[in-house]
Design a protein around this ligand. Structure first.
Ligand code: AHR
Length: 492
């Protein structure tokens, strides 16, 4: 069968929001302490931020950064993390059963964001916290009036408001593992009241409701209650997921084809959630847009708290990163925000040791997508060779998405070749317009799907960059087995 990828530059899905390339840093294991912040390290700057990690993160071009959790936030007191460090209390924290020293807090995080060039996205405690604490934190960060909280911020050395635009109300409130787990009704009520006072405190903020992380029960009811009771106070419905090559998070244990078939779960979740929001906006006559934020996503299935979630990623996980990013691009009309969980050490693209750093396999697709994606998602049509699993028949080997950058006159085509052993040649055809002749191909691959990057052998999986030749209305490209490829074509 011939493989064809057809692009119509006028057939768009709408804007691709760069915020889908966001990150997430939680007080968990070595993400903050020993990851982004390690005073005394030879790699640290004068504020204790690790310069090697900052440089690697800059390559990922993340427009926003979620903080401080995660499960951690459901027991967090933001006041513990501001003011003179020697006065900050160490606390027992019950999300990850660790001692939190609080030497890194709100202002250190904002400083980190400013150095990195990313917008902070703070989650408030809707676990064992209350709405007073949440709105106080917002006032501390964004307030401009002559109030005690603004004076407090100024006394900590920050005269200008932090202007934090993105705020999440709680984390994974649907999970029994959460401190302060809430039933659908309890959370809808709590969200409404938190959101009301937070928007009164600063009407310019954007709010995220914790919608679903456990995809097994009550997520439809949760959406229904939230949009019924607080629809006009919700900017984003926050979804979480973690994929894995196992029967718990996917279809089967250690089965490559089944793992790669997870594209179907991703599409099912996003399509059904889009439909749900659409139905509930109609039913509740909501005028405001309500978008999807997948504010935790990644591969996570091997490690637990004992290993501090220091997952070691292989090539097939890098393909899974490509599948997830393709899903966001194909659902760009509704998915306007997403956060890879997390950024350093904890289920992360970057791993550190005291003396060194390694870029994991999943670093590379994220970097290529975030640096090459255009501002508009295309409704790409493709056909070709297929594979089947016990659960799915006739899935296309190639998983494809595409974007357009009309200013720069470039079209980017993202392809995950899910075949273990087959090169797949495909045409890339333009319905109208012409390729200008040149372009670049970025290929992420390694010797086999289990290849990992280690401190001793850091280049098992990396990105190879080639030039492209493409003139006229059609080009041909051969996609390597088990690879992620971005083709960035110049348009005439
Ligand atoms: O990212 C790790 C954890 O995964 C987060 O703390 C939690 O929100 C999710 O269960």
């Amino acid at each position: 069968m011939s493989n064809r990828i057809k692009l119509d530059l006028e057939r768009t899905l709408g804007g691709l929001d760069p915020n889908v390339f966001g990150g997430f840093a939680e007080h968990l294991g070595r993400c903050i302490y020993g990851g982004i912040y390690e005073p005394g390290s030879p790699h640290a700057d004068e504020n204790g931020l690790r310069k090697d990690v900052l440089e690697a993160l800059k390559r990922l071009k993340m427009p926003n950064m979620r903080y401080p959790g995660g499960n951690f936030v459901s027991g967090y007191r933001w006041r513990d993390g501001v003011g003179p460090k020697e006065e900050r209390p160490a606390r027992m924290e019950l999300a990850w059963f660790d001692v939190e020293p609080n030497t890194f807090g709100t202002n250190e995080f904002i400083d980190f964001c400013r150095v990195l060039g990313t917008e902070p996205y703070l989650a408030v405690n809707c676990g064992d916290g209350d709405m007073r604490e949440a709105r106080d934190w917002l006032e501390y960060c964004n307030g401009t009036k002559d109030t005690a909280l603004v004076k407090l911020r100024k006394s900590h050395g920050y005269d200008a408001p932090h202007n934090v635009k993105y705020w999440g109300v709680g984390n994974e409130v649907d999970g029994p593992w959460q401190i302060g787990f809430k039933t659908p009704d309890e959370y809808a009520r709590a969200y409404t009241e938190y959101a009301k006072v937070m928007k009164w405190t600063d009407p310019s903020i954007k709010l995220f409701a914790s919608a679903v992380s456990l995809w097994r029960r009550d997520w439809v009811e949760r959406a229904q209650l939230l949009l019924e009771q607080a629809g006009n106070l919700i900017d984003y419905m926050a979804l979480h997921w973690y994929m894995g090559n196992d029967a718990v998070r996917g279809y089967r244990d250690d089965d490559f084809a089944s793992y790669m078939a997870a594209s179907e779960i991703l599409d099912d979740r996003l399509s059904s959630y889009e439909g749900l929001i659409r139905a509930l906006r109609l039913e509740n006559k909501l005028q405001n847009p309500v978008y999807i934020a997948v504010d935790e996503w990644n591969v996570w299935y091997r490690t637990h708290n004992e290993e501090k979630l220091e997952e070691i990623y292989n090539l097939e996980d890098a393909l899974m990163t490509g599948l997830q990013l393709n899903a966001f691009i194909r659902h760009a009309s509704s998915v306007k925000f997403a956060n890879i969980a997390q950024i350093v050490n904890v289920i992360a693209p970057i791993l550190t040791r005291a003396d060194a750093m390694v870029l994991q396999t999943i670093f590379y697709p994220f970097e290529v997508y975030s640096r090459t994606a255009g501002d508009t998602a295309l409704d790409v049509h493709w056909s070709g060779d297929t594979f089947s699993t016990p659960e799915h028949a006739a899935l296309r080997f190639l998983d494809v998405s595409a974007t357009l950058d009309s200013q720069a006159k470039k079209v980017s085509v993202y392809v995950v070749n899910r075949s273990l052993d087959r090169e797949i040649e495909s045409s890339v055809e333009l319905a109208e317009g012409r390729f200008a002749g040149g372009g670049r191909a970025f290929v992420i691959n390694g010797a086999d799907i289990k290849t990992i990057n280690t401190f001793d052998a850091p280049d098992g999986v990396t990105t190879r960059e080639d030039t492209l030749q493409a003139k006229g209305a059609s080009a041909t490209y051969t996609f390597e087995p088990h690879s992620v490829t971005a083709l960035v074509f110049d348009l005439a």
